[in-house]
Write a protein that binds this ligand. Structure first.
Ligand code: B16
Ligand code: MG
Length: 210
């Protein structure tokens, strides 16, 4: 039977959380808010606009809608400057081996990410060619925990949800996968996630437990 593996991007395939952190911190400084790493943790898997709204709330700052758009665009410019420094092979442990194995065994490979920069990141790190379908922040109306991103990924590769395995590092993503009636493996070194079917520290553990 056809099976598919649907990958989240940030925190599963690549370590871009640190770039999001640096760019948000730089933005927060503009309104004298000291954005912390702990706060950044809460933005994992959260869309750009929702992330900005949370930061503004934590900073007790109200801004008009047009200014919000400018702030989000500025953060993204700074974020993309950091992404541009990424190199071929700048991926998390086990990524290339797992993608190679899935290709060799004829599994469908899809991306299900909240990021609107997903294609650029896959290109920069050299793993774009492995993907049969890419569903990212540009392709969905509803953010995780809504199942839309994963259901669209399953449809794109022609695989039933029940035959899809999702790899996720954020609680909202795990809830999205469960709502889509998929199996979900948490990529969670710090043991902070719940409601998954299996858990690994990183992708290098997946082939071992197969
Ligand atoms: P962008 P994922 C998410 O990626 C990140 O975890 C989250 O921190 C970020 O705000 C979101 O993408 C949107 O990213 O600003 O590039 O559109 O984990 O869903 O792959
Ligand atoms: Mg993630």
């Amino acid at each position: 039977d056809a099976t598919a593996v649907i990958f989240d991007l940030d925190g599963v395939l690549v370590d871009t959380a640190v770039f999001h952190y640096q760019a948000w911190k730089r933005l927060a400084k503009q309104f004298d808010f000291d954005f912390t790493e702990a706060e950044n943790e809460q933005l994992k898997g959260v869309s750009r606009v929702d992330s900005l709204n949370l930061i503004l709330k934590w900073a007790n700052k109200e801004v008009p809608a047009e200014e919000k758009e400018q702030l989000a665009a500025l953060k993204n410019t700074w974020y993309l400057e950091l992404v541009e420094n990424m190199q071929d092979g700048d991926v998390l442990p086990g990524t290339i081996d797992l993608l190679t194995y899935l290709k060799a065994t004829d599994k469908k490979i899809a991306l299900g990410s909240a990021s609107k920069n997903a294609v650029r990141i896959l290109e920069k790190t050299g793993i774009l060619r492995y993907f049969d379908a890419i569903i990212d922040g540009n392709a969905v109306k509803n953010s995780k925990p809504d199942p839309e991103v994963f259901l669209k990924a399953a449809t794109s590769v022609g695989v039933e949800p029940a035959a899809c395995v999702v790899l996720e590092d954020a609680q909202a993503g795990i809830e999205a996968a469960k709502a889509a009636k998929m199996q979900v493996i948490a990529v969670d070194k710090s043991h902070v996630l719940t409601n998954y079917d299996a858990r690994v520290d990183d992708l290098s553990e997946i082939l071992i437990s197969e």
